[in-house]
Design a protein around this ligand. Structure first.
Ligand SMILES: NC(=O)C1=CN([C@@H]2O[C@H](COP(=O)(O)OP(=O)(O)OC[C@H]3O[C@@H](n4cnc5c(N)ncnc54)[C@H](O)[C@@H]3O)[C@@H](O)[C@H]2O)C=CC1
Ligand SMILES: O=C(CO)COP(=O)(O)O
Length: 312
């Protein structure tokens, strides 16, 4: 099966680099005028078996990894969905679409009804993957046979994929951890300390589980790589853009525009979903308010701590 990657950002490029060790890979990006090294992934030399292109019709393999940010995926699919239909389409985005409040897999299914849709997610920084460091991810697809075939196709010596049929659990775990990572960063930035961060991670994980299971996810998926695994990574590492965005909020500093911070828009989507689903998500709702500037950092702690005491 041939492979291509749509989206020449850090993650798409990293995946293309490692998969190109198994065979030819085409990498589509809007602007691939750079040669040899993608500035979004500095220091990584592209192998000869990786071919960048800006022509989409040149990048239509049997298996296509979609590594665009969640908030641009819907528009991209509206324009190009027909070309992609009928293939194995693997979402690599970690977010919830603000316009539809859907995850990427539902957007793909809507635009490409004859595709086999899967999700690739879990704890992995693009720079780590591209350097060939050992990484374990979840490949989720409702069709168990397709999940097994894609797992074999996309695993490499260092990139170990576990398969699952719980697409909702894998996808929403990956999206929601970004929101909680912002809260963890804000706690550290504001000087609340490591104990406070551990509380944010734990109570945030409870929110992730509540929301994802309300949407039909299996709770055990949330305890796996795509949920807890990625939450731990993203809430504890300054390599994470979501964590660094939270740090800046906590410090009261600006954060560079142009950096992909999926958790900011996803927090707003979560805040809209929570009342629809009847779930209580105080940390996520706080992040939505902080990210939009509706809540000031100095009030954030009071909002959380002044809620009624409850059973864990
Ligand atoms: N960077 C990482 O370590 C990881 C990222 N991801 C996920 O991968 C997704 C992509 O993230 P990154 O590659 O890191 O982002 P990035 O910021 O490095 O790159 C985003 C890319 O999308 C392109 N793009 C933006 N709007 C576009 C449009 N309308 N049409 C076509 N291309 C467009 C940009 O030109 C850029 O190449 C996100 O959902 C992220 O959560 C997942 C795991 C790890
Ligand atoms: O998803 C990631 C790690 O698994 C990347 O996190 P950031 O988008 O916060 O950098």
């Amino acid at each position: 099966m041939s492979v291509s990657v749509i989206g020449a950002g850090a993650f798409g490029t990293a995946l293309a680099v490692v998969l190109a060790a198994k065979g030819p890979v085409t990498l589509w990006g809007r602007d691939v005028a750079w040669r040899g090294e993608n500035p979004r992934l500095p220091g990584v030399v592209l192998p000869n078996t990786l071919r960048p292109t800006d022509r989409l019709d040149d990048a239509l393999a049997e298996t296509v990894l979609l590594a665009l940010p969640a908030q641009v995926l819907g528009g991209f699919l509206a324009q190009h969905g027909a070309m992609l239909d009928g293939r194995n389409l693997i979402s690599c985005a970690k977010g919830i679409d603000l316009q539809t409040l859907q995850g990427p897999s539902a957007l793909i299914r809507g635009a490409c009804p004859d595709a086999t849709v899967a999700v690739l997610t879990g704890p992995s920084f693009a720079a780590d993957i591209a350097r060939g460091l050992p990484t374990a991810l979840t490949l989720a697809c409702e069709d168990a046979d397709a999940a097994e075939a894609l797992q074999a196709q996309l695993s490499t010596g260092a990139l170990r994929l576990y398969r699952s049929t719980d697409v909702t659990g894998a996808e929403f775990g990956g999206a929601l951890k970004n929101v909680i990572a912002i809260a963890a960063g804000a706690a550290i930035g504001a000087g609340y300390g490591d104990s406070a961060r551990a509380s944010v991670i734990t109570r945030g994980f409870a929110e992730m589980t509540r929301l994802a299971t309300a949407l039909g996810a299996r709770p055990e998926t949330l305890t796996g790589l795509s949920g807890l695994g990625d939450l731990v990574l993203t809430s504890t590492s300054e390599q994470s853009r979501n964590f660094r965005f939270g740090l800046a909020l906590g410090h009261g500093r600006d954060f560079g525009a142009g950096t992909t911070v999926e958790g900011a828009a996803t927090a707003r989507a979560v805040a809209a979903l929570a009342p629809q689903l009847g779930v209580d998500l105080p940390i996520s709702q706080l992040v939505a308010g902080l990210a939009q500037g509706h809540i000031a950092m100095e009030h954030a702690l009071d909002i959380l701590l002044n809620r009624p005491l409850k059973e864990e």
